[in-house]
Design a binder for this molecule. Structure first.
Ligand code: ZN
Length: 405
C-alpha cells in the first residue's frame, strides 16, 4: 500500500519518498513509491502531473493510477530502480485547479440537495469543464440559478472545510450526503461547516473561499436525469473571459452592444429568409422567361432543347426543366448547369417514348458522375473539373442526337 500524503494535506506539493517497485505496464515505465503526494485518477477527480528527481535526473510523471490493492502507480517518462530515494514535485497550478473544481462540486451538489432534494449520482472532471448528473426528472433555468447563487454564497462565507477519518459505524450515524457503496476501515469525511458532510478521497480546499466562484453552464437531459456543466475558480474566470471575447467579436460584426446580439441575429436570420424567398421568386420568373424564349427558338415535335448554363446552379435548371415540360408543347429538355456542383437535368413532357432516367445513367457513366430518376425527369451530379465542364456541352448534343423520336 502506498501512503497517501494528499489525504492529510491537499497543499503538499513537495515530498521525499523511496521507490518500492518499478516495472513496465502496457509498455510504459510504472513506479510505485512508499509514499506519495500525487493524486491518482479516482472519484471523478483527474490525476496530478509533476516530476520525480533522483540522482541528478528529472523524470516527468505523465499519469497516476489507483490500483485495487492500494498501490499508486506513477507512469513516468523513464524508469528508476527499486530502493532509489526520490524527491517528488506536484504541478501546483494543476492541483489547485482540481481542488477548486472538486470542492466546488461538493458545494454545488449540497446546494441541489438542500434546495430541491436532487441527489448527485455522478461527477466528472474534464480538461475544460466539469459535470454532475442529478437524479431528477427536470431542472428549470430558475432552479439552476438558485443553486448557483446558494453555492456562491457559501463560497463567499468562507466556511472552514475539515477532513477527518471516522469508523464506518460512526459515519452511518452522521447523516452523510453520500455513503460509498463498499468500504472497509475508516471513512474519510469532507466536512464543509454546517453545509455538507460527505465521504470522499479527493483533494479539497481549507475553506470554501478558496473555491473562488462557481459558474453553471450547460444543462441537458441525460438517461439518468439531468447533467449540469459547471466550472469553478480560475476556470470560471477564464471561461467567462472566453465567452465575453466571443460575444464582443459577434457584437462588433453587428456594431451593437453584446446584449443586443441575440436580437441582431434574429433580425439577420429573418432578413436572410426573406431574401431567399424573393430570390427564389426571381429565379422562377427568370426560368419562365428563358422557357418562353427557348420554346420560341426551337422547332419540331417534340421540341428538343439542349442548353448548358455555365453560370447557373442546379436549382435554376430544375425550375427551367419544369417550366419547359409543363406547357402545351411536347418537349424534351436536356439541361446542364456549371455553378456549384455541375448538374444535368433531363426532362420530358409525359407520355413520350424516351426514358430520361436511362439517358441520365448513360450520361453519368460517360462523365463519371452519379444520378438517375424516372422516365420523365432525371438529375445527375458531376465532379467539378474543367475537363468535365468542357465535355458536358458535347454530351448534351450527343444525347439529343441519340433520341429516337
Ligand atoms: Zn468528492
Amino acid at each position: 500500500m502506498t501512503e497517501r500524503l494528499y489525504y492529510h494535506d491537499s497543499f503538499l506539493y513537495d515530498f521525499d519518498a523511496r521507490v518500492v517497485e518499478a516495472f513496465e505496464s502496457n509498455g510504459r515505465p510504472a513506479i510505485v513509491l512508499d509514499r506519495t503526494a500525487f493524486y491518482p485518477t479516482s472519484g471523478g477527480q483527474v490525476h496530478d502531473l509533476g516530476m520525480l528527481r533522483a540522482d541528478g535526473q528529472q523524470i516527468a510523471i505523465t499519469e497516476v493510477a489507483d490500483e485495487e490493492d492500494g498501490r499508486i502507480l506513477h507512469f513516468a517518462a523513464a524508469s528508476l530502480s527499486a530502493g532509489t530515494q526520490v524527491h517528488g514535485s506536484v504541478d501546483a497550478a494543476r492541483r489547485l485547479d482540481h481542488v477548486q473544481q472538486h470542492s466546488g462540486q461538493h458545494v454545488l451538489s449540497a446546494a441541489f440537495i438542500r434546495l430541491f432534494n436532487m441527489p448527485t449520482v455522478s461527477f466528472h472532471m474534464g480538461e475544460e469543464s466539469c459535470t454532475i448528473d442529478l437524479e431528477t426528472s427536470g431542472l428549470s433555468a430558475a432552479q439552476a440559478q438558485k443553486a448557483e447563487l446558494l453555492a456562491n454564497e457559501v463560497i463567499a462565507e468562507d466556511r472552514p472545510v475539515n477532513i477527518r477519518f471516522v469508523p464506518l459505524e460512526e459515519a452511518r450515524q452522521l447523516g452523510l450526503r453520500k455513503l460509498p457503496p463498499k468500504q472497509t476501515g475508516d471513512l474519510r469525511l469532507i466536512d464543509i461547516t454546517d453545509f455538507d458532510l460527505t465521504a470522499c478521497g479527493g483533494t479539497h480546499v481549507r475553506a470554501t473561499g478558496q473555491i473562488g466562484s462557481i459558474l453553471l453552464r450547460k444543462i441537458e437531459k441525460v438517461k439518468q436525469g439531468v447533467r449540469v456543466e459547471f466550472v469553478c475558480g480560475l476556470r470560471a474566470v477564464a471561461m467567462a473571459r472566453h465567452d465575453y471575447s466571443t460575444l464582443t467579436e459577434a457584437a462588433a460584426l453587428y456594431s451593437s452592444h453584446i446584449y443586443d446580439v441575440p436580437e441582431q441575429v434574429r433580425k439577420s436570420l429573418a432578413e436572410a429568409k426573406a431574401a431567399g424567398k424573393s430570390q427564389h421568386k426571381l429565379l422562377e420568373e427568370l426560368a419562365e422567361l428563358y422557357s418562353e424564349r427557348l420554346l420560341a427558338q426551337t422547332a419540331g415535335s417534340p421540341q428538343v432543347i439542349t442548353q448548358f448554363f455555365p453560370d447557373r446552379d442546379a436549382l435554376f435548371i430544375k425550375l427551367l426543366a419544369q417550366k419547359l415540360t409543363a406547357g402545351k408543347s411536347t418537349v424534351i429538355a436536356l439541361l446542364a448547369s456549371g455553378a456549384g456542383q455541375p448538374t444535368l437535368v433531363f426532362a420530358q413532357t409525359p407520355g413520350q417514348k424516351s426514358n430520361m432516367g436511362q439517358l441520365m445513367k448513360e450520361a453519368m457513366a460517360q462523365l463519371g458522375g452519379r444520378g438517375g430518376g424516372s422516365a420523365d425527369m432525371a438529375q445527375g451530379g458531376v465532379p467539378a473539373s474543367a475537363q468535365q465542364l468542357e465535355g458536358i456541352e458535347s454530351l448534351l448534343l450527343r444525347t439529343a442526337a441519340s433520341l429516337k423520336v
